[in-house]
Write a protein that binds this ligand. Sequence first.
Ligand SMILES: [Fe+2]
Ligand SMILES: [Fe+2]
Length: 315
Amino acid sequence: MDLTQLEILTELEPVAEQYLNRHLSMAKDWNPHEYVPWTQGHNFAAMGGKDWAPEQSQLSEVAKVAMITNLLTEDNLPSYHREIAQNFSEAGAWRTWVDRWTAEENRHGIVMRDYLVVTRGVDPVALEEARMIHMTNGAQSPDGWGGFLEGVAYVTFQELATRVSHRNTGKACNDPVAERMLQRIAADENLHMVFYRSLCGAALDLTPDQAMPAITKIVTNFLMPGAGMPNFRRNSVVMAKHGIYDLRQHLEEVIQPVLKQWDVFDRSDFGPRGEQARDTLGQFVAKLDNDVVRFEEQRDRALARDAARGLSHQL
Ligand SMILES: [Fe+2]
Ligand SMILES: [Fe+2]
């Protein structure tokens, strides 16, 4: 018989407490101000200096797009807090985790914005406009995703996806200061992922025929958390094209390691409903495997065309 959401949360509360304590013992406290090169800063026109101009940025177009996408994603924290707070319990370790996680996440937006404004990496006015639009729209789970199981499955993949994206953005910035900052953020995202992955794994052990369909629903419909921000589609194509976050990374660095950790394809505790969900997931992953090859062929051709165009400009 299915467990209610309250039963699942109550049953898993000791596990949440255990992994909360593990997280607190492993998380490193760090200060955003120690990751920003303040001496590079200058006043803007409102204080007698100069306003931003494109030539002031040291970042490539790809790095700009990736930084903006990742920062706006972090900016939408109030929406994520709301979603997670609604899906988790307001009691005990659940509540403590949600508040701690929120406080940690807030550092990511703080440090990235400080870095971008001080180094004049992107247009601060356009950035602020985009933040207003994105946060005013907010983020909401699609219909039918509500509930702890879908929520905890989603954040497991999402934390790992943002870890990959931040780390690769750090490399693309071609600035050791930015790389160090984004590595620091990526390390946080990894610990967040471990917490959620552990809880989702415990839910899979507790009630496999309920958890497995939730996992399948999330993986087969996965969207990055920033979907919905201005220019998201265009920017995610740029990021995929240049290896910040592409289909192979999504499959091999995000989906597959988590499914392996949960032993999804080798476990024997499913009834018919879990079996069916696992089959659907298996077919989806196999299709993704094919899509990766097709995507990379298309990408290689597109990059070759870009290179040829660049060459012809120089000639
Ligand atoms: Fe974050
Ligand atoms: Fe995170």
